[in-house]
Each structure stands twice: as structure tokens, then as C-alpha cells.
Design a protein around this ligand. Structure first.
Ligand SMILES: [Zn+2]
Length: 320
């Protein structure tokens, strides 16, 4: 295991054990790894195992094995420990609950008893940029200042908790790959769930709480989460936390330009390994992709500057 970097950079790999890793996840994790190594930083592995319906212990084991096969290493994680234990989200629920209490006390969230079906029925057209239906505001209290009281739905359905977004406010951030980003609250995304009706913290809240608690300085993840970053910027602000830098990378697509998904079983790292694929060759291919993409962009693009900030170019850091 490598020793922790001393540059102050802290990155993370945050896989969810809901299935086998496929090529799409793997390239993003590889890039996160490259960025941390290039910066002389520390890489944290966080197991995002909050969803009791979809996460499986056997996928956790497979995850570690597949990432190691790929040649990735990390300095902190559920298997190696570190100063921010535990590194499994399912064991950090108290932290998320405390954050929820703070949001409730500040009147920034409200209970919502709408089902997905209710929301789909209420919204005919508007969808967020990531295709989430924009919440029509059915349960939104009139006054944001007063914390609403808990209530149950028609059949005693427990509520979820929704974050009230500041309608019309532009949320802006500079992405390390895509440059300046701007999303308007209430138009590009709506009030979003921070706590599920089955008493499970939602992704947005857990992610923000952990990235802050683990001192993450740069989040590297797929471009499908750009809109979520706007949501998360609001959560950072509401919780009085400083957001990290963000670096979203393009998703791997198949020959029909569709995002890779579970149905591309042949592209799981497991299957590639069984087929005799050499992980070093994969890494070389990704490095070539990274640099060809860099050449296609104009000089001065924020991604270029971010990369230039590092002490070495990725090609120097790659063992391939
Ligand atoms: Zn509702």
C-alpha cells in the first residue's frame, strides 16, 4: 500500500455495491486515481452501500478485487482503515441524521408524502437536466422559515424529506473538465429528496456529509452527476460546509452512444478479466483517450489548467 500523499489533495472512489463494476465505472475510477496520483495526494475508498434493497455483500468483495485487478490503490478505506472510519455509508447513518436535523431546524427541508406515481401524474413536461421529474411542490409549505411538523400520508405512509430549493437562483461552479456550469434552481432541478420514506438517507445528503467529513478536496465522477452537483452545492451552503472542487468526466458509451449499464454484462471487469484482457492495456487506452480529448479542447480550458496544476502529467504517473 502506498503511503498517504502530502500534497493536501484528497480524492475518493465512491462505488456502490449494487452490481459488478463495468467499463464505464472503471474508467471514471481510473481517472479519479490518476488525478490523486498526479497531485501527490491521498485516495479514499468509500463504500456507498446505503440502499438496503440493492446493495449486496458479494458485490463489495467483487468491487475490491476488480479495482485491484485494474491496478488501483487507495490509502484509506473499509479494508485498510484510516482517520475517517467507518468508510461504509451504512455505518455512518448518525452523521446523516444529525445533518438532517440541522436542515429541519433551519426550515430548509419539509416532509413530502407524494409517491413517484403522484409526481409523475402531476408533472407532464418539466424534467431536470438529468431527467428527474421536477417536484411540483405539492407538499411544500408556504413559509420556508418555520420548520414544518412531521406528518404521514394517506395510508400512514411515512414521509420523505425534501430540500426546498431557492427558485430562480442560479447555482454556478467551475468544473475541472467541463468549465463554468450554471443551473437554475426550480427550472433545471426542483426540490429534492434528502431522506427516503424507508428511513434511508438519500444519495445527495450522504455524499455531501461524507465528502466534507472526509476532507475531500476534489470530487471526480461521471458527467451524469453535473446537475446533482448543483443540488449538492445548495446542501453544502445550508449545512455551512465548504464544497470541494468538482471534476466530471464524460461517460463511456457503447457503439450506439448509449451509456453503459448493467445490460452490458460482457463489459463488466469480471468478464473482461475472464476473457484475458490485460489491465495495463486498458489503462494505456484510457490515457490515450484522455490526451486526445485534451488536444481537442482549446488551451486555457479549466480542465487543462487543473491538470497543469499537478506536479506531473498523468503520463508520468501511469505505470503502464
Ligand atoms: Zn409531496
Amino acid at each position: 500500500m502506498r503511503r498517504s500523499g502530502s500534497s493536501g489533495y484528497r480524492g475518493r472512489l465512491a462505488p456502490s455495491p449494487t452490481g459488478l463494476l463495468h467499463l464505464g465505472h472503471a474508467r471514471t475510477f481510473w481517472l479519479a486515481h490518476e488525478r490523486a496520483r498526479t497531485a501527490g495526494g491521498t485516495l479514499i475508498l468509500r463504500n456507498e452501500d446505503l440502499d438496503p434493497d440493492r446493495c449486496r455483500p458479494e458485490f463489495v468483495e467483487a468491487l475490491f478485487e476488480d479495482l485491484r485487478w485494474l491496478g488501483l490503490t487507495w490509502e484509506e478505506g473499509p479494508d485498510v482503515g484510516g482517520p475517517c472510519v467507518p468508510y461504509q455509508q451504512s455505518r455512518r447513518t448518525d452523521l446523516y441524521r444529525t445533518a438532517l436535523q440541522r436542515l429541519r431546524a433551519a426550515g430548509q427541508v419539509y416532509p413530502c408524502v407524494c409517491s413517484r406515481k403522484d409526481i409523475r401524474a402531476a408533472v407532464s413536461a418539466p424534467h431536470a437536466a438529468d431527467d428527474e421529474p421536477i417536484y411540483p411542490g405539492t407538499c411544500r409549505p408556504e413559509a420556508a422559515a418555520r420548520p414544518p411538523i412531521s406528518r404521514s400520508g394517506p395510508a400512514g405512509r411515512p414521509p420523505c424529506w425534501r430540500f426546498r430549493v431557492p427558485d430562480g437562483e442560479a447555482i454556478e461552479f467551475v468544473d475541472g473538465w467541463y468549465g463554468p456550469q450554471r443551473f437554475v434552481a426550480g427550472r433545471d432541478f426542483g426540490d429534492f429528496v434528502v431522506w427516503r420514506p424507508d428511513d434511508v438517507p438519500a444519495y445527495q445528503l450522504a455524499c455531501v456529509v461524507d465528502d466534507a467529513a472526509m476532507g475531500i478536496t476534489e470530487v471526480v465522477r461521471g458527467a451524469d452527476l453535473l446537475v446533482s452537483t448543483a443540488r449538492q452545492v445548495l446542501l453544502y451552503r445550508a449545512l455551512g460546509l465548504a464544497p470541494p472542487r468538482f471534476f466530471h468526466c464524460p461517460l463511456v458509451t457503447d457503439e450506439r452512444s448509449a451509456r453503459l449499464a448493467k445490460r452490458h454484462a460482457a463489459l463488466s471487469l469480471r468478464a473482461l478479466r475472464a476473457a484475458g484482457v490485460d489491465p495495463a492495456a486498458l489503462r494505456r487506452q484510457w490515457l490515450a483517450w484522455l490526451w486526445s480529448d485534451a488536444r481537442n479542447r482549446s488551451p486555457g480550458f479549466p480542465g487543462e489548467r487543473a491538470r497543469a496544476d499537478g506536479p506531473e502529467r498523468p503520463s508520468d504517473a501511469c505505470p503502464a
